[in-house]
Design a protein around this ligand. Structure first.
Ligand SMILES: NC(=O)c1ccc[n+]([C@@H]2O[C@H](COP(=O)([O-])OP(=O)(O)OC[C@H]3O[C@@H](n4cnc5c(N)ncnc54)[C@H](OP(=O)(O)O)[C@@H]3O)[C@@H](O)[C@H]2O)c1
Length: 286
């Protein structure tokens, strides 16, 4: 990679940011395609987000990703949101269009891609999404366009209800919601074809978001968490014979959709997957 005065700058903002895999993923694709750009990580302290965003605009950063803890707060500092992002109220990608900062989320498309590449056709399937935060909302937004059966289980049931009420009038899917209580889990999990964990339980909080005894060998269990690569939920599901998928492919797909927003072309997925898998195997050796 040769950096000159003409090189375009892209990046990711978050706090902390030093463990982000995004620079590795994007720079590998930029290099493979011979684009004159570089992607760097910006460590933005809480309380400094507004300055950071205006600074990005002032120095002509062409686009950037947004990660924890700024995905929601950044909405107030952007000029425009696309329709999906306005519903999700969480941004993971910003594009500078002639000085106008436009916010997008690619998490939903990334998660949808994981489900489609694992299952194929999602029509007619019964899908349980655990969580009602930004990632869950983004996935359900896309799933609602498919004639399937979606139940959102969330600790705060009113957040799940909000998603269902917002999407219901324009949905091809049958949408419902419940709490995460044991009774509600028992009522929906056994009927599900696919179970998606869109909570941080298993990463920042130990344990399983649902009772593992409800999981069986007919289930496909997708956990959006990629570190640890096998959460307790995935381990329990694997031991019960279920098909399991972690958050690593979602990480790559959401990155690929961000890349497409910035550069107008879909990046080579094999290159992106290779660098992430190499990095994960290095973690495993430590
Ligand atoms: N692989 C990827 O590329 C990728 C991309 C995006 C996100 N993710 C992962 O997806 C997960 C969700 O992210 P997000 O951005 O949607 O987060 P978020 O907006 O903060 O939402 C978190 C959700 O998890 C629920 N939750 C949190 N702690 C819980 C607990 N102890 N028990 C039960 N429910 C709990 C919250 O419930 P309440 O509503 O009750 O608070 C909320 O619905 C995270 O693990 C994140 O790392 C992965």
């Amino acid at each position: 990679m040769k950096i000159s005065a003409r090189t375009s700058i892209y990046g990711v903002i978050g706090y902390p940011i030093e463990h982000s895999l995004s620079p590795m993923i994007h720079n590998a694709a930029i290099e493979a395609l011979g684009i004159d750009a570089v992607y760097v990580a910006f460590h933005v302290k809480p309380g400094m987000l507004k300055d950071a965003v205006y600074g990005m605009k002032a120095i002509g950063v062409k686009g950037f990703n947004v990660t924890m803890p700024f995905k929601t707060e950044i909405v107030s500092y952007l000029d425009q949101l696309d329709e999906e992002t306005a519903f999700v109220e969480a941004v993971n990608t910003v594009v500078d269009v002639d000085g106008c900062l436009v916010g997008y989320t690619t998490d939903g498309l990334g998660a949808l891609e994981v489900l489609k590449s694992t299952v194929g056709n999602l029509a007619g399937l019964n899908i349980v999404v655990i969580g009602a935060g930004g990632a869950a909302r983004a996935l359900v937004y896309h799933l609602s366009k498919i004639p399937c059966d979606i139940t959102i289980l969330n600790r705060s049931v009113e957040k799940a209800r909000f998603i269902v009420e917002k999407l219901r009038s324009n949905s091809n899917a049958k949408l419902s919601y419940r709490s995460l209580s044991e009774d509600d889990q028992k009522a929906v999990i056994p009927k599900a074809h696919i179970i998606v964990n869109a909570t941080p339980v298993g990463m920042t909080t130990p344990g399983c978001p649902i009772s593992p005894s409800l999981v069986n060998s007919s289930h496909i269990v997708f956990d959006m968490i990629y570190w640890p690569p096998e959460t307790q939920l995935l381990k329990e599901a694997r031991l019960r014979g279920a098909t399991i998928v972690n958050g690593l492919p979602m990480l790559v797909y959401q990155a690929a959709y961000s890349f497409k927003l910035w550069f107008g072309i879909f990046p080579p997925l094999d290159v992106m997957f290779r660098v992430v898998e190499e990095e994960f195997s290095r973690y495993g050796e430590r």
